[in-house]
Design a protein around this ligand. Structure first.
Ligand code: ADP
Ligand code: MG
Length: 349
């Protein structure tokens, strides 16, 4: 074929390819709003996103669904076949292989344990069960000091050695519990999937752990309600405050939703590993703002253990993190917050 004809043929080919691409792009690049709801981590999730997605909606939904299932198979405390259950069943001194997901969340947890001097500790499992908040038996009364001391002998983040490939428990009876971090990590993972799909405007929420970016479909910044931490109220039934932010994670931990009366004592599901007893902060809830939801999720739990004064001192030493505690008063709730938190508050409609 003469050169000129060859060039013409290649150009024609390119034009056809270009047209095909354009046709394809016009299918998937129209601006779409997606709303997904479902169940994950024993709770519910919801996602609102709008963008010129670079993949079809069913492909995006499939990716999110697959990722949530994968993470459930890693972190579930209640599924006997999960990776976590396999780790928890292993005896001390035996190295168990771990996935990249588990390694990431474990490393992040260990950093937070070290930074909070053990207020946060994912090895708290035996104490969580002792107080009846984990899998297993419901106690009839508050555990004795001896039972607490026994459970505490199996708790301690320093009794774990790990690297990227594996983990070894140094004491028998250790039980890891990622309930206060895995949902936050899952939120971050979904955020990554959405961003990879070309989305810069989304709100992701799993069991109250939230991450936002960009704008709501209304064109406004996302507004997130902080619920009144009243015992017995349905989630979101009444709001105490509202936060408006351009991007970042929001997590609320509290003692008002999962609690019980045990031997005349009000016990909640957040345990102070330093005493072996439920956290007894004056605050009923704390709302945390952080750049990533994996961080925000665990930090809320840690701050409930530290309490208002220690917690706010800790926040002041850690730039990029903000917190607001709600303390019950005779007539509602008092807000105790870091100065930076106030900038994100917006009036309730
Ligand atoms: P929620 O599950 O209500 O969002 P959190 O994120 O605060 O609440 O997680 C609380 C869970 O974390 C508890 O149910 C328990 O399984 C676990 N946990 C309790 N105390 C601690 C602690 N001091 N450090 C780490 N995890 C904890
Ligand atoms: Mg949490």
């Amino acid at each position: 074929m003469p050169l000129a004809r060859r060039v013409a043929a290649v150009i024609a080919m390119l034009i056809i390819l270009g047209l095909a691409l354009l046709a394809h792009r016009s299918v998937v690049l129209s601006k779409k709003e997606i709303r997904l709801k479902g169940e994950a981590f024993g709770s519910t999730y919801s996602i609102v996103a709008h963008a010129h997605f670079n993949i079809p909606e069913d492909e995006l939904t499939r990716q999110i669904d697959t990722r949530l299932k994968e993470l459930g198979a890693v972190f579930s405390l209640y599924d006997p076949n999960s990776e976590l259950s396999r780790i928890n069943a292993a005896p001390a001194g035996v190295r168990v292989t771990i996935s990249a997901d588990l390694h990431r969340v474990l490393s992040e947890s260990m950093r937070l344990s070290a930074a909070t001097d053990g207020a946060y500790d994912i090895t708290v499992g035996p104490l969580v069960s002792l107080w009846g908040f984990g899998p297993g038996r419901e106690p009839a009364e508050a555990p004795s000091d001896a039972a607490i001391a026994e459970a505490r002998s199996h708790v301690g983040y320093r009794h774990i050695v790990y690297d990227e490939g594996g983990l070894t428990k140094l004491r028998d009876g250790m039980v890891l519990d990622f309930s206060s971090k895995a949902p936050g990590y899952a939120v971050d993972e979904i955020a990554r999937i959405l961003r990879d799909a070309g989305c810069q405007d989304y709100l992701i929420e799993i069991g109250g752990e939230i991450d936002v970016e960009g704008r709501a479909p209304t064109g406004q910044l996302w507004t997130i309600g902080v619920e009144s931490p009243e015992e017995g109220m349905a989630p979101g039934e009444r709001l105490e405050a509202a936060i408006r932010l351009p991007y970042g994670a929001v997590s609320t931990s509290g003692s008002y939703r999962r609690f019980k009366e045990l031997g005349g004592r009000h016990a909640n599901h957040i345990i102070d590993p330093r005493t072996g007893a439920p956290a007894s902060s004056a605050a009923v809830s704390v709302t945390v703002l952080a750049p990533a939801c994996t961080v925000a999720d665990g930090l809320g739990t840690a701050l409930m253990v530290m309490g208002v004064d220690e917690g706010l001192r800790w926040i002041a030493l850690h730039p990029g993190l903000e917190a607001m505690f709600l303390v019950k008063t005779g007539h509602g709730f008092a807000r105790k917050m870091s100065p930076g938190f106030a900038e994100y508050l917006t009036p309730l409609d």
